[in-house]
Design a protein around this ligand. Structure first.
Ligand code: NAD
Length: 369
């Protein structure tokens, strides 16, 4: 049984192309963590630390392998000098957190000498990262007051707006959003800022959220143009559907209902089944801006923190999302492939080019150095 587990483990790591997977156990604090470095061709592997009550250690391993690979793609598509990595801490984020646990985790991160840089993620907070930062400089997403980049959602929204503009240019041959209708799902952190930006661009914005009070606030404070029930957002007659709430919202049930020309929003993992729904959405004549390309603003924001945070520089880098999304549409058109595949091609092109040009990573490229 044990042998079988190891066989599968090495097979999986090899298949997905990970460079290094490290297991950390600290009996004093109860820390059980796995750090997966997927690829450092473009730079040090950056990715958040997820704390989750995984049912099994195998489940934790599967998650960290999948998430770290995703980070390689996200960073490369963003055009950043970063690789992909991720960490998981096995435990209940509500009951198992201690300051010492995160300091022990910080020591673990430090042993990797800068090949991996951590940040917050599901189940971890800015405060947890402060404890990590007591033991290592290879941490980002620190509090604004301490030189960190703070809440990434305004930057994510700004980047998403650039991706929407690139999608409109591609699909509708237009340079502006004046008079276009956007159906926006979720007015949380990102959706709220995006709604405000869209209004400034002269778009008509219809929103839905399971939190009705948030919709009402958006109506009052941002002047959005309408509210629909959460399930009705897919039926809104519009040019752009912008998902900013949930994953897997492009699926068998929603696709036939969409009345838009473009899907471009900040949610992660929008296609329920990549291969099927990524093809189906194209067949329906809808231009899909791949999620990990359009929602990279938050990652760009922490990237800027590594070199000493400047909001102005963060916005400048984020405006590059327009070109990244435009390039994806271009590759898709030239190669006759769906955009979700074109995004992967863009990443592979950038990785291949870099493999031939640069050293694998630069450990001095970390916060505070
Ligand atoms: P958030 O939790 O602040 O906002 C999500 C909003 O969606 C909430 O207001 C929630 O009530 C609403 N919601 C939940 N279920 C809904 C439903 N069925 N219909 C309508 N609304 C619903 O999260 P966020 O930080 O704004 O992130 C939104 C999405 O963008 C997530 O998928 C997230 O992974 C992704 N994302 C966020 C960032 C960032 O910088 N925050 C960066 C990259 C990607």
């Amino acid at each position: 049984m044990e042998g079988e587990f190891h066989m599968k483990y090495f097979e999986t790591v090899h298949k997905e192309g990970h460079e290094q997977v490290s297991f950390f156990f600290d009996p004093g604090t109860g820390l059980k963590a796995i750090i997966a470095i997927h690829n450092t061709t473009l730079g040090p592997a950056l990715g958040g630390t997820r704390m989750w009550n995984y049912a099994t250690e195998q489940e934790a391993l599967t998650d960290v392998l999948r998430l770290s690979k995703g980070m390689t793609y996200k960073a490369a598509a963003a055009g950043l000098r970063l690789g992909g990595g991720k960490a998981v801490i096995i435990g209940n984020p509500k009951t198992d957190k201690t300051d010492a646990l995160f300091r022990a985790f910080g020591k673990a991160v430090n042993t990797l000498g800068g090949r991996y840089i951590t940040a917050e993620d599901v189940g971890t907070s800015v405060q947890d990262m402060e404890h990590v930062s007591e033991e290592t400089t290879f941490v980002t997403g620190i509090d604004e007051a301490k030189g960190g980049s703070g809440d990434p959602s305004p930057l994510t929204a700004f980047g998403t707006l650039q991706g929407i503009k690139a999608s409109v240019k591609h699909k509708m041959k237009r340079d502006d959003l004046k008079g276009l209708t956007v159906a926006l799902q979720g007015v949380g952190h990102v959706g709220w800022h995006l709604a405000g930006l869209l209004k400034q661009e002269g778009a008509k914005v219809i929103v839905s959220d399971i939190d009705f009070a948030a919709c009402q606030r958006a109506e009052k404070e941002l002047g959005i143009d309408g509210i629909v029930n959460p399930d009705e957002i897919y039926d809104v007659q519009c040019e752009i559907f912008a998902p900013c709430a949930l994953g897997a919202i492009i699926n068998d049930q929603t696709l036939p209902r969409l009345k838009c020309q473009i899907v471009a929003g900040a949610s992660n993992n929008q296609l329920a089944v990549q291969e099927r729904h990524g093809v189906e959405i194209e067949k329906r004549g809808i231009a899909y801006a791949p999620d990990y390309v359009i929602n990279a603003g938050g990652l760009m924001n922490v990237y800027v923190e590594l070199e000493g945070y400047s909001q102005e520089r963060a916005y400048r880098i984020c405006s590059g999302i327009y070109n990244n999304v435009a390039q994806v549409f271009d590759i898709a058109e030239k190669q006759g492939i769906p955009t979700y595949q074109a995004a992967d091609r863009l990443v592979e092109q950038r990785l291949n080019r870099a493999t031939n040009l640069s050293p694998r990573f630069n450990a001095s490229f970390a916060r505070g150095r």
